[in-house]
Write a protein that binds this ligand. Structure first.
Ligand code: SF4
Length: 450
């Protein structure tokens, strides 16, 4: 008799934070690894601590708000070191006893992979791994993802995982699976060619309420506040036909109507990628919507791009403006000039997009940044007739701004990733104040004019 194929469990951990919301946020990397493992004949199970559609949770319409929605949340004590922050702290996601029941209902796994996202969410990762260990004390737990990559040493010392896997998981997964289960396979895909990847295993979720698309990986830029190059330093793209086939697949098999681009640099080299992709999507004639919660490059918006995005069914456009201090952004990034910003907004509006569909991200809380300069950026964006969206800065180790962030912060940032939580505005020297956040929020929404 042939031995059973190894059973591998993949887990998306809880978020622990002052606030969290499902703004089209799925663990795409983890579900891609699930697809790769299935492609190579492993048995795969998936548990999502952030599952908004858990049978024990109050009923929620997966189609509402284009798939977005609130996570369940449970108030928990805030980390001691952030005791000065006058905000409630919560665990977002399913109740721990539901998670334990789900773990208990599984066939014993031979190996467990847990992913991680924001570095300062590590308490949620710790609790997830603690629960897993209670039920499966003898199974190896491997932690990957963003926290494991950016804070490898911290994760090794504090996460509770047996092993930390840093970097892109596609190149590691089969070797790790073989080493820890004894089941080795010949690879049927190339980690350096996205076209050879299977589709991410979104079907392992209880509901496929929207589908993230990754049509390219990497970013040729290196903005001082961004970790993109640390997570993946290369650059690769999928063939347009393969992306459209995937869109058709999820639409046909799961009735998916909302697709969300996760690319960091969708509009780079648009003649060869974005334009043919938009053309093909329009040709496909599907009644679906697209969203760009990851900012797109303002410089990449041309008249044909804007017109085709509108025709293709894009509903949410986010521009990576970051600051309106155009003359002072040297050393920060090389994104855009005032004229380019004005032109991009004009092209998008001419194409048919309205104010609520176009938002511009504005970094708030950069080292040394005054409140007045953020307020000025918000006002200028509002004057162009689009929506300003303050994006609170989270300092990231090994990025260009890290040293300045450490110097400007009232916290010892390097001592613990918990301090880098953007919700506490860690790079302001003054203590967190609700007045600052409310002021920026009201200015952005137009409730406060000056
Ligand atoms: S902020 Fe955007 S453009 Fe800049 S490096 Fe990151 S992904 Fe690239």
């Amino acid at each position: 008799m042939k031995p059973d194929k190894p059973h591998i469990l993949l887990v998306n951990p809880w978020i622990t934070d002052f606030a969290a919301y499902d703004f089209w946020s799925k663990p795409l990397g983890l579900l891609t690894l699930a697809g790769i493992l299935r492609m190579h004949d492993f048995k795969v199970s998936y548990l999502d601590c952030l599952d908004r559609f858990h049978p024990n949770a109050p009923a929620s319409d997966p189609g509402a708000r284009d798939g977005r929605g609130s996570y369940l949340k449970t108030r928990i004590p805030k980390p001691d070191v952030l005791g000065d922050v006058p905000r409630n702290f919560s665990r977002y996601g399913i109740r721990p006893d539901w998670f334990r029941e789900d773990l208990n209902a599984l066939k014993h796994p031979d190996l467990i992979f847990v992913t991680s996202l924001m570095t300062y969410w590590y308490p949620g990762v710790q609790e997830t791994i603690r629960c897993i260990r209670e039920i499966f004390p003898d199974t190896t737990v491997i932690l990957g993802g963003i926290y494991a990559t950016l804070c490898r040493k911290h994760a090794a010392g504090h996460s509770g995982a047996d092993l930390i896997a840093s970097g892109a998981g596609e190149g590691l997964i089969l070797e790790l699976a073989a080493r820890h289960t004894g089941f080795s396979v010949n690879s049927r895909f190339d980690p350096e060619d996205m076209n050879s990847y299977p589709y991410p295993a979104f079907d392992l979720q209880r509901k496929v309420n929207y589908v993230p698309l990754l049509t390219s990986k990497g970013c040729p830029f290196k903005c001082a506040y961004c970790a993109s190059h640390l997570l993946y330093s290369g650059w690769m793209r999928r063939e347009v036909g393969a992306v459209v086939s995937e869109i058709r697949f999820w639409h046909r098999t799961h009735g998916v109507k909302n697709f969300v681009f996760y690319d960091d640099a969708l509009l780079v080299d648009a003649e060869k990628h974005a334009l043919p992709l938009l053309e093909a999507v329009i040709q496909a004639g599907l009644k679906i919507h697209f969203h760009l919660p990851n900012a797109i490059h303002i410089r990449g918006i041309t008249e044909p791009i804007a017109a085709m995005m509108y025709r293709a069914g894009f509903k949410t456009i986010r521009l990576g403006l970051e600051t309106i201090a155009f003359e002072q952004r040297e050393g920060l990034d090389a994104k855009v000039t005032a004229a380019e910003f004005v032109q991009a907004v004009r092209l998008l509006k001419n194409a048919g997009f309205n104010k609520d569909q176009i938002g511009a991200y504005l970094l708030a809380g950069l080292p040394g940044q005054s409140l007045a300069s953020i307020a000025e950026s918000i006002r200028i964006v509002r004057d162009r007739g689009i929506t300003p969206i303050p994006a609170y800065y989270s300092p990231i180790p090994l990025t260009g701004l890290w040293e300045a962030a450490v110097e400007s912060s009232r916290y010892p940032l390097a001592a613990d990733p918990i301090y880098t939580n953007n919700a506490v505005l860690p790079c302001r020297s003054e203590a967190f104040s609700w007045e600052v956040v409310s002021y920026l929020k009201n200015l952005s929404s137009g409730k406060l004019e000056r």
